[in-house]
Design a protein around this ligand. Structure first.
Ligand code: NAD
Length: 329
């Protein structure tokens, strides 16, 4: 940043925040983004840059200080006593190396990570009482989400009952696979309706429906990756995923526990190449410290956990296709 004065930074930050808030509203609340993610990310990172240089300009309501997403007032609200957070992201392997160095410094020794695919959908929380699904909710603003229990009853891979009478909460990603997305958009196009910009928006627009019968007609799936309150025998993320899989949750089985950065980079290269051939959309790779007690001690910032990071893929070249079609509203 070339020698910006405080006054200049202030002048730039105002319109920047306004623009980002507008885009975030279209993306999170209306499920109809106005720009590509990389355009949003670039502006967002510029705001982070300005706020880092001039911390006195950070306000509590800045988009960098809160989890994106609002709650549609027509939904019943659900409080998340343990907030559903966002995730820090990086765009290069060099930044991942810096993340690992930061973690090692904080923890005092090298750590292993569970390396997972970053599924392109929206977060969902599932609560069970005595082994029965009692509530499903969206992330909303992180502290309060929307009740989508009726909708979740129509998602085939969500267990309505567990094989054990557990009272527990799990979280994961609700997504629409590529085939279901193409079919839905083809049908909508044939009927002269607006089409969804991408599978993420189609998933969000299909789950966040007041009339759950609409969700029933859409082909949604889940990958469950977080156990909010696991039993004591679970000590790491990889083990948690295995155990949730055993309980009947749909989990993504590609995750690997890795401690060497070269192996992590090889995982990234493998899925960067395989990305297009997967049946579901991914927008990056997530590294999570594979030790729940270390996770606990590292804790969170106001917006993101300190123990995980997303490496975001560069934008897909074919994405321009969405410019030719009318995005759904
Ligand atoms: P995010 O979507 O980048 O990352 C956090 C989310 O990743 C979690 O909440 C979870 O739902 C998801 N996730 C997927 N796989 C996961 C896994 N294996 N483990 C843990 N979590 C996993 O963060 P965000 O704050 O929700 O949104 C920011 C993103 O939204 C950016 O990529 C930005 O480009 C995009 N966005 C775009 C626009 C736009 O106008 N195009 C506007 C706002 C935000």
């Amino acid at each position: 940043m070339a020698n910006l004065t405080l006054a200049e930074a202030k002048k730039e930050i105002g319109p920047l925040r306004k623009q980002l808030n507008e885009w975030a509203d279209a993306y999170y609340s209306k499920d109809a983004p106005k720009v590509e993610d990389n355009v949003y990310d670039k502006k967002y990172n510029r705001l982070v840059e300005l706020e880092t240089q001039f911390p006195q300009l950070i306000t509590p309501d800045s988009i960098t200080q809160k989890v994106g997403g609002q709650i549609d007032s027509e939904f019943t609200k659900v409080a998340h006593p343990i907030p559903m957070l966002s995730m820090g992201d990086v765009f290069s392997k060099g930044e991942l190396r810096e993340f690992d160095q930061r973690i090692q410094k904080l923890v005092g020794h090298p750590v292993a990570y569970n390396v997972e695919l970053k599924i392109d959908g929206l977060s969902i929380s599932l609560e069970y009482t005595n082994g029965r699904l009692v509530r499903a909710s969206t992330r909303g603003n992180g502290e309060v989400g929307e009740d989508v229990t009726k909708n979740a009853r129509y998602i085939k891979d969500i267990p309505q009952t567990l094989p054990e009478p557990l009272t527990t909460e799990v979280r994961g990603e609700c997504y629409m696979d590529k085939e279901a997305f193409a079919k839905l958009n083809k049908e909508r196009d044939e009927k002269g309706k607006s089409v969804f910009a991408n599978p993420r928006n189609a998933a969000a627009g299909s789950l966040r429906q007041l009339d759950a019968r609409i969700t029933k007609r859409r082909d949604l799936s889940t990958f469950i990756y977080t156990w909010v309150n696991p039993p004591e025998k679970i000590t790491g993320q990889h083990q948690a995923i295995d155990e949730m899989h055993r309980l009947g949750f749909h989990t993504n089985q590609t995750g690997q526990k890795l401690s060497n950065l070269d192996d992590i980079f090889a995982f990234i290269d493998k899925y960067t190449a395989k990305r297009d051939s997967l049946t579901y959309g991914i927008d990056g790779i997530v590294l999570k410290v594979d030790d729940l007690s270390i996770e606990q001690s590292l804790g969170n910032t106001v917006k993101v956990p300190r123990w995980e990071i997303a490496y975001k893929f560069p934008p897909e070249e074919q994405e321009t296709v969405v410019h030719d079609i009318k995005w759904t509203v």
